[in-house]
Write a new protein. Structure first.
Length: 308
């Protein structure tokens, strides 16, 4: 009897372990999942907020989990090296997992973001006012695939990407106005006004973030959900991605925060204008002086002729 009870207990433990092992969030690998009352409950790492694994997790919670994820051993900072820290930061999310309009870092530097969590103002101190969370209602995803002997068919590229975005990221086709292909470049247009979006619809900002991470081989999906793009059975090897965000209200950047490249171009143009004006002035003065000398010489010769 006792041996039978032990066998039953062992089988119960094994069954519980198996249930625990398969309690995962298929749409977010950066979660901690446990079985509670027979159901799998998953919470996002970094925020400990409960997530719905039947749909995409909000970008804000994903970024928060990424920041808190363990990193490999870092090398020392190279001399004069710097990082673009606007891409990934530890965001402040509300109870729904949405970005708060104002974001700050540990140095009390703050800025305003849009609904995609992208900075849309200059950085300032804690006194900066972000009255509302401006919605990103349009996103352009620009892709570039590797060189090949011949271009794909534009219709086949559009069809493959449309199917991928629908099935993998659960975005309705009505939010994908167009997919354009001009070898080797692809542009995916996502458009979603707040009046069009229902409660169950995924947000285009979350779709773009999941897609970007898939392209960069840092997928938010679990390992069994392998990312792969094919066009008519052939792999579409993406080697570059750019994402442009368009807000309902234009961003508020000042000229003093121009990028180094833009500043360099402006300086070169100004120098070219100054040099051009200087050269024109010198040439004009030189010609004027030459004409004056010729005129004086001619007048002298005329006087000599009159005397003689």
């Amino acid at each position: 009897m006792e041996s039978t009870f032990r066998i039953i207990l062992f089988l119960m433990v094994m069954a519980a372990s198996a249930a625990q092992e398969y309690c995962i969030c298929p749409t977010n690998r950066r979660t901690h999942c446990v079985v509670e009352h027979g159901s799998c409950v998953c919470k996002a790492l970094g925020s400990n907020q409960k997530v719905d694994c039947s749909t995409l997790t909000s970008k804000c919670l994903l970024m928060k989990a990424e920041v808190g994820a363990p990193k490999g051993r870092r090398f020392s900072k190279p001399e004069t090296g710097f990082l673009d820290n606007d891409g990934l930061y530890d965001p402040d999310c509300d109870n729904s997992g949405i970005f708060k309009a104002r974001q700050c870092n540990h140095t009390d530097t703050c800025w305003c973001v849009n609904s995609a969590g992208v900075r849309r103002t200059d950085k300032s101190d804690k006194n900066i006012r972000c009255n509302e969370l401006v919605r990103t209602n349009r996103i352009f995803i620009d892709l570039k695939h590797k060189k090949r002997e011949s271009a794909f068919s534009e219709s086949e590229v559009a069809s493959s990407l449309l199917q991928l975005i629908q099935s993998r990221y659960m975005l309705q086709p009505s939010f994908i106005p167009s997919i354009k292909y001009d070898y080797p470049f692809i542009r995916i247009d996502l458009k979603q006004n707040i009046s069009q979006k229902s409660y169950r619809d995924v947000d285009i900002a979350d779709v773009a973030y999941y897609f970007e991470k898939d392209i960069k081989r840092d997928s938010h999906f679990t390992s069994d959900n392998i990312f792969k793009i094919t066009v008519n059975g052939e792999p579409l090897d993406i080697e570059g991605i750019l994402i442009y965000y368009v807000d309902e209200i234009p961003p508020e950047f000042s000229m003093q925060h121009l990028t180094a490249g833009v500043i360099a171009v402006v300086v070169v143009v100004l120098l070219a204008i100054i040099i051009g004006i200087t050269v024109l002035v010198i040439i004009r003065r030189w010609r004027t002086g030459k004409y004056q000398k010729v005129e004086i010489k001619e007048m002298g010769e005329m006087k000599i002729n009159q005397i003689s």
